[in-house]
Design a protein. Sequence first.
Length: 568
Amino acid sequence: MCGLWRAPVPHYGCRMATIGRVMGWLGRKGLLYLALVGAILFYWSTRPSFESYGRLRDTAAGLQAGRADVAAAGTGAIDAANARVAAAGAMGAAALDARIAAATAERAPLQAACGGDLGALVLRGAGGVVENRRRCFQATMLTREIDTLRAIRGSVDARRPGETVDAAIARHRRVMARAAAIDRAARAKLAILDGDYVPDFLQRTDMAALRVLIASAGRYHTTARRNVEALTATQRGVAGATQAAGAAMTRARDAYAALTDERARALTDNRIEQARTWAEANEVPRAMRAAGIALLLILAMPLLIRLFCYYVLAPVAMRRAAIRLAVPGGAGVAIPPADRSATSVGVRLDEGWEVLVRQDYLQTTSHAGAKGTQWLLDWRHPFASVVTGLTFLTRIRGAGEVTTVSATRDPFAEVTVVDLPDGAACVLHPRALAAVAQPIGRALRVTSHWRLGSLNAWLTLQLRYLVFHGPARLVVKGGRGVRVERAERGRVFGQDQLVGFSADLAYSVTRTETFWPYLLGRESLLKDRVEAGGGVLIVEEAPFAGRRAGPARGIEGMIDAGLKMFGM
């Protein structure tokens, strides 16, 4: 033994077992440690993604949704500026100066509030960026308006009230053309007068008038040319202001688009978004929904099946005809009541009788009795005898000899004696037999009866019934005791409790009394029932199936079902 104090050195096997336990403990703890390290590393690597995913998703969605607002804000600012610039053509110098001052004052706070988009995004989110773009657009359009008004102010004297720049230029060009034409005509006449044979002093009045006309035409031409130059400068100023404003608007839109694309790329690079995109690309949400529906069906299916079984199948089974065994030779002899079960019973042999006892139920025997071995309980049913353990039975003979039958290994088993008179018959599971007393030379007769066409037999999974015929005394065993009771007005009991019943009783099934315990798996759907009659029931108080830690599963459950199906 491992703890034997006499051993001078520790036993090798004990030492190896101890080392094995220590190594197993270290291995399990090591695996747990590695799992914790992996979990912590995974958390550290994915924490930034988890923390930023919500912000990135909201920001990217807000910026994407704000594209339309930004476009609308830019278009609105341009339209408003165009309307104001168009109205400026009819303004005089004083009105232009007043509007320039007002626009300058209006632009100052907008320029101060128009900052970087990234700062607005950090402080106020996507809505802050859209509002920042709106202010910048307005400031840009006011700058364009101010530059345009200043350009128009520079040529206000060259235009008539309400006259456009283009119309004024066309008018002044016409003036220049007429002045040039007058100048050419006057110079041509003056040249004719200078070249004729008439003395100049005779025509000096005409020549003086022509020279005045030429000078006047030159003044008109010079003034018109200066006005054209001023108006052309105004056109260049207006075009430059419009072009600069357009370029500024384009840069602003591009900056917003770049910020939107950058946030979208950051969201795409986020591991959570990558996982979500992969899941959507591989239809994981659809699969999860389908799996969820399947899981709900799987969870609900047992309940639906139980509802169907309780309210449809069980009532149909209850209306089916009960099983009645046609026993050859009759079964009209009543089985007398049995004594209350006890941990042991004594079987006293009559003259010409013998007793067959299981090996693990033979407690004490008389010294004088003749003893031998019975290989099988019933040679006509060898399979049932072997499967139920009724082999290598101890056979004891001798008139007046007393044999004590008691479980030597099962602490919960109790036994009682069921007396089968000659002509009596009892359906019994062979597994419940602890001993059999029978006349010498007249072995216990066992007959089998199949009920393959009975719904009750299939529902109870008992297709064959083994009937034991008297004369005999059966020592029946059961967990925590065996009860033999009269059928009287009919009895209902659990399927695992039934050990046997008189062959003249009608055997069937009935639905369990209450629904909710069955729905929750606390009770089985069907219970066994015998109808009113004069026979007896043999019921086990605490069946072995109920004393196990859990329901029989796998091979053990298949063996139990097979034994029950074949009436064993």
